[in-house]
Design a binder for this molecule. Sequence first.
Ligand SMILES: Nc1nc2c(c(=O)[nH]1)N[C@H]1C(S)=C(S)[C@@H](COP(=O)(O)OP(=O)(O)OC[C@H]3O[C@@H](n4cnc5c(=O)[nH]c(N)nc54)[C@H](O)[C@@H]3O)O[C@H]1N2
Ligand SMILES: Nc1nc2c(c(=O)[nH]1)N[C@H]1C(S)=C(S)[C@@H](COP(=O)(O)OP(=O)(O)OC[C@H]3O[C@@H](n4cnc5c(=O)[nH]c(N)nc54)[C@H](O)[C@@H]3O)O[C@H]1N2
Ligand code: SF4
Ligand SMILES: [Mo]
Length: 669
Amino acid sequence: MEKESVVHGTCPHDCYDTCSLRVYSDGARITRIAADPDHAITRGFLCMKVNRYMERLHHPDRVLYPLRRKGPKGSGEFQRIAWDEALGEIAERMGAIINAYGGEAVLPYSFAGNMGCLSSGALDARFFHAIGASRLDRTICTASGNAALRWVFGSAFGPDPETIARARFILLWGANSMATNIHGVPLMDEARKKGAAVWTVDPLKTDTAERYDRHLKLRPGTDLALALGLGRHLLDTGRYDRNLMLEHSDGFDTYRKLVQPWTLARTAEATGIPMAEIEELAERLAAVRPLLLRVGYGVQRQRRSAAAVWAISVLSLLTGSWRDVGGGLLLSNGDAFPLQSLAGDSPATRTVNMVQLGHALLDLSDPPVKALVVYNSNPAATAPDQARVLKGLARDDLFTVVHEQMLTDTAKLADFVLPAAMSMEVWDVHTSYWHRYVQLNQPAAPPAGEAVSNPEFFRRMARALGLSDERLQHDDLALIRQTLDTDHPWMDGITLETLLEDPVQKLRIPTESRPFLDTPVTTPHGKFRLQPPPGTAVDVWDDAGDLPEREFQLLTPSTRETIKSSFGNVASLRRGHPAPELLMADDDMRRLGIEHGQKVRVRNELGSVVLQAVRSEVPQPGTVVSYAVRWNHEAGGKNINQLTSQDLADFGGGATFYSARVFVESAAS
Ligand SMILES: Nc1nc2c(c(=O)[nH]1)N[C@H]1C(S)=C(S)[C@@H](COP(=O)(O)OP(=O)(O)OC[C@H]3O[C@@H](n4cnc5c(=O)[nH]c(N)nc54)[C@H](O)[C@@H]3O)O[C@H]1N2
Ligand SMILES: Nc1nc2c(c(=O)[nH]1)N[C@H]1C(S)=C(S)[C@@H](COP(=O)(O)OP(=O)(O)OC[C@H]3O[C@@H](n4cnc5c(=O)[nH]c(N)nc54)[C@H](O)[C@@H]3O)O[C@H]1N2
Ligand code: SF4
Ligand SMILES: [Mo]
């Protein structure tokens, strides 16, 4: 065996933390993956998932060679073939579809399986633009929340997480850091050691809610009411930042009118949070500085997503939280990175919202979707309204090509599966949606089997389809140079050459710089917008009131053990939860006569799934929980997304996963 060597890697998964890795190999194979001990965020530890990465890297589900479907669609029977043969057949089928129906009959479907700059929105985008494919609106995760931030502030930008320890009051609003942002926990713990209080606003008693000082247990989907009620109280008591509201913002009068109906009494009634607690929270917001509103994406998977994030954003201005280093609102730093887009110009083809994949596959005409190319995503498990998605994917006349690392539920429905490299086997450069580091990802070993990176897959696809534009063949290092090629002062000196020397570099924004005070407000008029985003109907409150006996609100949030469906096949992570579960409050189980451990059918007008009932203190009565998401074979070919809908949120086109209503009954009945 050769001597072990080490390179710098970046965790590619869809996670706030974008950790810095040391990846060791013996030249042929990756031998171990460790945390970078020197990185300011990673601090020498990884999460429980990536601590078990060797199991994922060398997993028996891993796709190592091109596969062509052998049995009927969805049978999961494939035959290994050569790359050239696969590409030849794909080119022939896709070429025929494009000739007969036009480029828009091809739909790309991808999300953040690998967050690297070369792994999405690069040669993939250039390829789909070149064939005139339908465009995909990538809305499944953050669209509504980020749209609301861009509406109020001009961009999805917030404080540097390295200032968190300076905060003295931290409100974790719809964020479960213990599961989804584990590297935020030491920073909050440090703030607490220095005297900070940390409160959570979450319908569920999460590990995070349990860890910190106070848990405000609100009814799901009522964040808008809470934020408006807090706003009215601060206005009524005269404790707000007049200068920010009047001099630096538009729409204060509109806002003032919209909070009027939200007395403390009405807010308490709508949210289920006792009036005294709301008042106490308002007192803290008025008095304690620095004040950090650490908002999570859980707030924006409801029908009123954008309105909620808008109202919380206005609260961050009303309180003047941005004035202190360590304060402000932190949901996303996604727009902080001024890298060049690698996507190139897009023709004005139709746009398909990815939340509505089921609709796109079953209902679109002129042209219908005849070819689907999936990479970085597993929609058979993760897209809402799964019954329609699976029906669409099962269409005999749909030609599906999946570029994957694992034989996922989506891959099993494909006509061709092409092997995708692991991030530890490829070049890339990474930003983060939370912290402010640009990081290089160096390959530690060649791709296993015949796997290829995403850019290499699309270079091959372009050649197979006879596309001659040389920009479709740019190599990885050229692409890294292109994305870093900017005069923006925040990127000063961050080049491929310097990253090779020093693979972790912080954007040149001083840690102490206060967003939107020391940097510009990037809305069209340079002022904060206090009016609600268009179409959000903030003045209409249609609280559904009490639910009928068997109707529950279903929440399907993230769990520590997986990232959506990724890691769902890593056995050591699933050991404690072999079957898909439905967490229920004791009261509800008793009322319905359901025993702990029994099978229950969970259903609504969209579909049904059988899960194992688990008595739990996590949900409050009236709410049930099933963590997202399990692989479909674990529940007879389907999962919890049978029950989530394709409905869009109020603004930004985002998903409404957490607005689901379901009935629960004994599966024996
Ligand atoms: N019920 C419910 N459903 C949800 C959610 C929820 O909260 N509740 N959350 C939603 C959210 S927030 C999101 S972001 C989506 C995520 O949904 P998806 O985008 O489907 O994410 P994953 O399930 O992680 O699947 C990513 C896939 O990409 C593959 N992959 C990883 N790296 C690469 C690569 O380099 N190349 C290629 N070709 N493939 C790669 C992985 O093997 C994996 O199968 O799920 C949504 N679905
Ligand atoms: N371990 C792990 N880490 C992950 C992921 C994962 O699946 N597992 N997913 C990654 C992805 S794709 C994303 S987008 C992020 C998401 O990470 P977060 O931003 O933390 O968002 P969620 O996990 O969707 O939900 C956070 C919390 O919101 C709560 N919530 C649900 N409905 C409401 C509501 O109406 N109001 C309020 N106030 N709270 C509500 C949920 O109970 C949950 O505790 O995490 C990333 N990191
Ligand atoms: S999944 Fe998140 S916490 Fe885990 S190693 Fe990757 S970036 Fe870090
Ligand atoms: Mo997400």
